[in-house]
Design a protein around this ligand. Structure first.
Ligand SMILES: Cc1cc2nc3c(=O)[nH]c(=O)nc-3n(C[C@H](O)[C@H](O)[C@H](O)COP(=O)(O)O)c2cc1C
Length: 224
């Protein structure tokens, strides 16, 4: 990349916004001091592929989402998130397929980072469809919830041009590890999922696969 002036007038918005009319759920305020200590969570984290067929509490879902990408500090002009991001451009968007979580109907949601809310995009049971889109990995249907991460490429390409994909994938790794450790910390288990057909997952969460495309997922539930 040659050094060049950035066109600030074209800087993309850092937050995806869905229409106001959609149903929204305010998640519980995240806990910032309880839970398993960090080193214990690191040593206990394993990829787990068998989950109990049981609902998890909404507070645990809230905790994992916040730890993955929630707002952790605010300056005059900028909100900083739980995971680092190249240039603080945060190209990764978070969706959640909920199968079994207390107080929340099954469906596909978008995580609204600014106010820690979930926007309901599609109501229904999509666990089997998601498993079908991921080489029949049945853990995706058995998990209480699956976080699906996409990238809005232009948000980071605006600054990083051809380096954009490297930075998107590095961002996603940070985010997913935060989610995995937060899951352990609140008594849940997880398995990262990179094997899936992009077009099929894009269709499930309703994104175009060009401007915005799926990059990674993590299945989460109570371990068997
Ligand atoms: C980028 C990435 C993609 C992965 N994709 C899958 C997957 O599609 N299915 C699966 O069962 N495990 C998947 N895993 C989990 C790995 O198999 C697992 O991390 C590895 O066996 C090491 O075990 P551990 O996570 O328990 O330490 C993936 C892990 C990573 C980092």
């Amino acid at each position: 990349m040659r050094s060049r002036a950035l066109d600030w007038s074209r800087k993309p918005d850092l937050y995806k916004k869905y229409p106001a009319g959609l149903e929204r759920f305010t998640l519980e305020e995240p806990e910032r001091s309880e839970g398993l200590p960090l080193y214990s969570a690191i040593s206990l984290r394993r990829s787990v592929r068998d989950f109990k067929n049981r609902a998890v509490s909404e507070s645990k879902l809230s905790q994992v989402l916040w730890a993955s990408q929630g707002i952790t500090s605010q300056s005059v002009s900028h909100q900083f998130r739980a995971a680092p991001s190249a240039g603080a451009l945060y190209p990764v968007e978070t969706y959640c397929l909920i199968s079994r979580v207390d107080n929340l109907m099954s469906g596909i949601y978008h995580y609204q980072i600014t106010d820690h809310k979930l926007t309901l995009l599609r109501e229904g049971r999509f666990g089997q469809t998601l498993a079908g889109a991921a080489l029949s990995q049945s853990l995706l249907a058995e998990a209480s919830f699956v976080i699906i991460w996409s990238a809005i490429v232009e948000r980071a390409r605006w600054k990083y041009e051809q380096r954009v994909y490297r930075y998107i994938y590095l961002d996603a790794g940070h985010i997913a590890q935060n989610a995995a450790l937060a899951a352990v910390s609140c008594g849940l288990s997880s398995c990262p999922i990179g094997a899936f057909f992009d077009d099929e997952v894009n269709k499930i969460i309703g994104i175009d696969g060009e401007k915005e495309t799926v990059i990674y997922m993590i299945a989460i539930g109570e371990p068997e």
